[in-house]
Design a protein around this ligand. Structure first.
Ligand code: ITT
Length: 183
């Protein structure tokens, strides 16, 4: 079986490739850069569904897209679905500045995969609860990994990629997606 992952983010693709390499080696995962203007919504599922429909129009083969974001409680869920844009504009330093007075550091990553099989779109959600660190730590991963500490742990995802690989929102959503493909 061959499935296309349409994403402009090479880190997302690498994580998915490594996941399927272990979980489902027979599946051939291919990559196409896909840059389109996302609809505006607070909801990752709505965005992912729309993106999957647009990607299918372009590539015309079974594919999935993934929309994800970091939702910070004390910032009323900001950056949420604007996470990619916020990363470009203010980065992790900007987020830590916005939170300099916040005692509530709780946050979560949410990811939605929308899979277009040629007939219909199916969606899957993965969540990872955690908190925002006081400072940037670690060099692995990408995006908000240097400031995100998963619940019950002491290290950021960027300090421990092993931790990320077994706890992350992407790992969880890929697991659900993989189970679905198997049925
Ligand atoms: P595509 O839409 O083309 O797939 P993108 O990077 O624009 O790529 P999103 O719109 O889903 O993807 O933006 C999600 C952003 O949230 C992403 O750019 C990162 O800044 C952040 N993010 C998502 N998953 C992350 C992870 O596992 N670790 C750290 N940051 C993450």
């Amino acid at each position: 079986m061959e499935i296309l992952f349409a994403t402009s983010n090479k880190h997302k693709f690498e994580e998915a490739k490594s996941f399927f390499g272990n979980a489902r080696p027979a599946l051939k995962l291919t990559h196409q850069p896909f840059d389109y203007s996302e609809i505006r919504s607070d909801n990752v599922e709505e965005i992912a569904k729309d993106a999957a429909a647009a990607a299918y129009k372009q590539f015309k083969k079974p594919l999935f897209v993934e929309d994800s974001g970091l939702f910070i409680n004390s910032l009323n869920d900001f950056p949420g679905t604007f996470s990619a844009w916020t990363m470009k504009k203010i980065g992790n330093i900007g987020i830590l500045r916005l939170m300099s007075d916040s005692t509530d550091r709780t946050a979560k990553f949410v990811s939605c995969i929308a899979y277009h099989d040629g007939k219909k779109i199916s969606t899957f959600i993965g969540t990872c609860e955690g908190s925002i660190a006081i400072k940037i730590s670690g060099v692995d991963g990408f995006g908000y990994d240097p400031i995100f500490i998963p619940q019950g742990e002491q290290k950021t995802f960027a300090q421990s990629i092993q931790l990320k690989n077994k706890l992350s929102h992407r790992y969880k959503v890929l697991l659900k997606f993989c189970e679905y493909l198997h049925d």
